[in-house]
Structure formats: structure tokens, C-alpha cells
Design a protein around this ligand. Structure first.
Ligand SMILES: Cc1cc2nc3c(=O)[nH]c(=O)nc-3n(C[C@H](O)[C@H](O)[C@H](O)COP(=O)(O)OP(=O)(O)OC[C@H]3O[C@@H](n4cnc5c(N)ncnc54)[C@H](O)[C@@H]3O)c2cc1C
Length: 426
């Protein structure tokens, strides 16, 4: 026992220091890191994969970058534009390096090909992306045969490993990854028999419903629950039961034969490191709670991209992450907002991010609706008084709403640290 402990003590850990350390080298991490570099602060990106770019590298379809570059790019093309800038910069990039522990003292314990590393920093940016929910998360009954994949895993198999997971597939859940995979699997020669969605409306973007399902005549069953998966060694089929007034209409259950099931049932921010560091998490988004500067409850620790809340478009990820980098630079320079007031989701709003607003600064707000509605109105109320209302031609849960609130919106209005800003959709 003594010898074993002594051996551990002998292992040397390389210690490094930077002004800023960014965990994750996807779009969010790279966009944030470039802001530190631009302002002359030293910065490191720590990425567990052998390349930068994150999830973008397996998204070979187009549709990326319409806002960021006014061009339609594939995921790898979009990533490449950031990767080139990072490579040309002085940013230190640690690839194949996983952060296994992050402490409130802003120390990152990492495992790298050259051994253990400890990185100390003055500010840290969490940019670890998100992970897919799986069968266990949604509790689908039935047997446990081979042939059940998450949609993102199937995407990696088809686009990167060159392997088609099956011949006849059903996709459970209508999130964007599932819709994109319906089209990708069809192109690869697989018959996609249906997409089954428990909610009365699709979970993915309208453009993906049109381009990935309608154009391929793939039926979408809304208000329908998957009530069974059959098969011994390999999937043989699933049972679908329509929901009527929120109740399963069991007499209307039907079976779809297939050898493959892809799950597209939501994404969850990758929050294990945040949890163990003691960072407060938002129980709706599952990402960290952040203030108007996108700083978590831990001083000098910021979050952006999918680890903060799941975004539909990488363009918004980059916008948010650049802003996070700029806020972190201001923090390094000792610049803090004068006052921050609490922001909360009111009726028909699922969540609002950030949950603190600084009336003396420009605030960029992201929120998601809980309802599907045409000609909706969003009201912003400060202590129950409407300070702004905004027309929305169409709202739906899958499409994030984003807008700015500036000091002008608060002109002539008394706000104090007990004030509450509420966002409501009517
Ligand atoms: C299938 C799919 C289709 C999409 N289609 C579109 C589209 O058509 N248009 C569009 O605009 N957007 C699309 N998106 C969304 C967009 O690609 C993402 O929102 C965006 O790329 C997320 O960036 P991120 O940096 O937050 O996360 P990620 O890209 O996931 O990056 C996070 C990085 O952190 C690393 N990491 C995590 N934990 C650790 C750790 N402990 N140590 C070290 N590194 C770590 C990961 O390896 C990863 O590289 C799509 C997304 C998916 C999944």
C-alpha cells in the first residue's frame, strides 16, 4: 500500500498558466478564444478530440453560416474558417487532451498524450457542447436488440466512418439531427419508413421538415408515442400509439417493421465538469445559470454555445461566444455592470437566457417559446409594467427567439436590485 501511494506522488504534473483557458474547441470555444487573442491576452483551447471544430466536422450537409458569412456552407467548411484563424494566432491548442476536473480555483486537470497537465487561468470559458439523450432518458419499453442508435452517432458512422447502420429505419423524435439523418440515410440507400414525434408539432426547424422529410416523402407521425421496440438479436419493428387529448389511444396502435431505430430525442448540455466544480445549473436548460455578462455563479468562469443552452444555429453559437469572450476580457480589466436585475420566463416562455440583465449595457437575450402561434406578441415587463412589446410573425418551441435590450429600453424607468424583468408570449 505504501509503495503504491509513493509511486503516485512521484508522477510529475506539468503546470502551465494562461490568462484564459477555453474548455472545448468547437465553434463556441474557437469564437471565444479569438476574442482574448485580439485583445492581447494569452489563451489556451483544450480539446479532447484530435481536431478542432467539434460537432460541425460530422455535419457534411449545407445550411451553415447564412448569418455569420452570408453564405451557405457545410459544417466542416464553416469550422475551417475559424480553425484557420486559430492556427494563425498565438492561441495554444491542446488536442487529444481531456479536462477531467475543473476546480473553483480555476485549475484545469487534464489528461494529454504527454501525460497529466494542470492549467491555471485567470478566466475560464466553458464551451464543452452537448450530448444526445438516449433510450434510457426517454424510457421506451420493449426488448433490447442491436440496431438502436442515437441520430448523432449514426451521423458519425455514415459521414466519418463510412458505415451505413441499417436498411430500413424509423426515426424516433423530430429534432434537427433526426431530420437531417432521415435525408442522409435515404441518400445512402436506406429506406426511412417514418419519423415518430410525441408532441403535436415538430421539434426541428421548419426548413428541415421541408427539405429532409417532405422532399423524400417520409411520413411524420405527430402526437404519437413509440410504445414498443421488438426484436431479439436485431430490431424487427416498433409499435406506435397515437395520443388523443394527451391519452394513449391503445386501440389505434400500429406496427412499423424496420431493422434500425434512430433516436433524436433531444440534447443535454455537457455539464459534468460544471457540476463537480459546483457551478449552479438552470433546471430548464440544464446549462449553467449566467448573468448579463454570461458569467456563471463562479467569479471569472463564463459559458457559451451548446453547453449553456442548446442552439439551433451555429451562427448564434458564434455570436454568443464572441460576446462571452468580450465580456471575459472586460472582466479581466475590472469592468463590471453597475446593476443586474433578475430576468424570468413568464407565461408561454420556456426559458430566457441570461437570467440577469444589466440596464446600463446592451443585453442580448435568447428565449424559447412553449407554444406554436402565428402573429404572437412578446411582452417585456419590468415589475409588472410593460416596457416593450414586440410582434413575432410566428413562434414555435424549436426556433429560438433572439433580440437586444439596450439602455434606451430602460430610459425613465426606475429599476433596482429587487426588480424583476418578465418575458411573456401572448
Ligand atoms: C446533427 C447536427 C446538425 C446541425 N445542423 C445545423 C445546421 O444545418 N445549421 C446550423 O447553423 N447549425 C446546425 N447545427 C448546430 C451547430 O452545429 C452547433 O450548435 C454548434 O456547432 C455547437 O458548437 P459548440 O462549440 O457549442 O459545441 P461542439 O461543437 O459540440 O463543441 C464542443 C467541444 O468540446 C469538446 N469537449 C467536451 N468536453 C470536453 C472536455 N472535458 N475536455 C476537452 N474537450 C471537451 C468536444 O470534444 C467538442 O469538440 C447542427 C448540429 C448537429 C449536431
Amino acid at each position: 500500500m505504501y509503495g503504491y501511494t509513493a509511486a503516485i506522488k512521484d508522477i510529475s504534473v506539468k503546470e502551465l498558466g494562461y490568462d484564459a483557458a477555453v474548455i472545448g474547441g468547437g465553434a463556441a470555444g474557437m469564437a471565444a478564444a479569438l476574442e482574448f487573442e485580439a485583445e492581447g491576452f494569452t489563451c489556451a483551447i483544450i480539446e479532447r478530440e484530435d481536431h478542432l471544430g467539434g460537432i460541425l466536422m460530422q455535419c457534411i450537409h449545407n445550411g451553415f453560416g447564412l448569418h455569420e458569412f452570408s453564405e451557405e456552407l457545410t459544417g466542416p467548411e464553416f469550422a475551417e474558417r475559424f480553425i484557420e484563424r486559430v492556427i494563425k494566432s498565438k492561441i495554444a491548442v491542446y488536442l487529444n487532451t481531456t479536462v477531467t476536473r475543473f476546480t473553483p480555483l480555476k485549475e484545469l486537470y487534464c489528461v494529454s498524450p504527454s501525460g497529466a497537465i494542470k492549467i491555471k487561468c485567470r478566466v475560464a470559458v466553458l464551451a464543452m457542447g452537448c450530448r444526445e439523450r438516449n433510450r434510457g432518458n426517454v424510457r421506451i419499453p420493449g426488448s433490447r436488440p442491436a440496431g438502436i442508435f442515437t441520430a448523432g452517432l449514426a451521423q458519425r458512422l455514415v459521414n466519418i466512418e463510412g458505415y451505413i447502420p441499417g436498411k430500413e429505419a424509423v426515426i424516433i423524435g423530430s429534432g434537427d439531427i433526426g431530420l437531417i439523418m432521415a435525408r442522409r440515410m435515404s441518400w445512402a440507400g436506406c429506406k426511412v419508413k417514418a419519423v415518430v414525434e410525441i408532441m403535436p408539432y415538430p421539434a426541428g426547424l421548419t426548413r428541415n421538415i421541408v427539405q429532409c422529410l417532405n422532399d423524400f416523402n417520409i411520413p411524420l407521425y405527430l402526437s404519437s408515442q413509440t410504445t414498443g421496440i421488438f426484436g431479439n438479436d436485431r430490431v424487427e419493428g416498433i409499435e406506435v400509439t397515437p395520443m388523443e387529448n394527451g391519452v394513449l389511444a391503445q386501440e389505434k396502435s400500429f406496427r412499423i417493421d424496420c431493422d434500425t431505430v434512430l433516436l433524436s430525442v433531444g440534447l443535454i448540455p455537457e455539464n459534468e465538469l460544471s457540476k463537480t466544480a459546483g457551478i449552479e445549473l438552470n433546471n430548464v436548460t440544464n446549462g449553467p445559470v449566467v448573468d448579463s455578462t454570461l458569467m456563471t455563479n463562479m467569479d471569472g468562469v463564463f459559458a457559451c454555445g451548446n453547453v449553456l443552452h442548446v442552439h439551433d444555429l451555429v451562427d448564434w453559437v458564434c455570436e454568443e461566444s464572441r460576446r462571452t469572450g468580450r465580456h471575459a476580457v472586460q472582466w479581466l480589466r475590472g469592468d463590471r455592470p453597475l446593476l443586474q436585475i433578475r430576468a424570468r420566463a413568464g407565461s408561454n416562455v420556456r426559458y430566457v437566457n441570461p437570467t440577469r440583465i444589466a440596464p446600463d449595457r446592451e443585453n442580448h437575450i435568447y428565449l424559447r417559446s412553449m407554444i406554436v402561434k402565428n402573429d404572437a406578441v412578446m411582452e417585456i415587463r419590468l415589475d409588472n409594467r410593460v416596457i416593450r412589446s414586440k410582434k413575432e410573425r410566428h413562434v414555435q418551441p424549436s426556433e429560438m427567439i433572439n433580440f437586444k435590450l439596450s439602455p434606451k429600453d430602460f430610459e425613465g424607468i426606475e429599476a433596482n436590485s429587487d426588480s424583476v424583468l418578465e418575458f411573456v408570449i401572448k
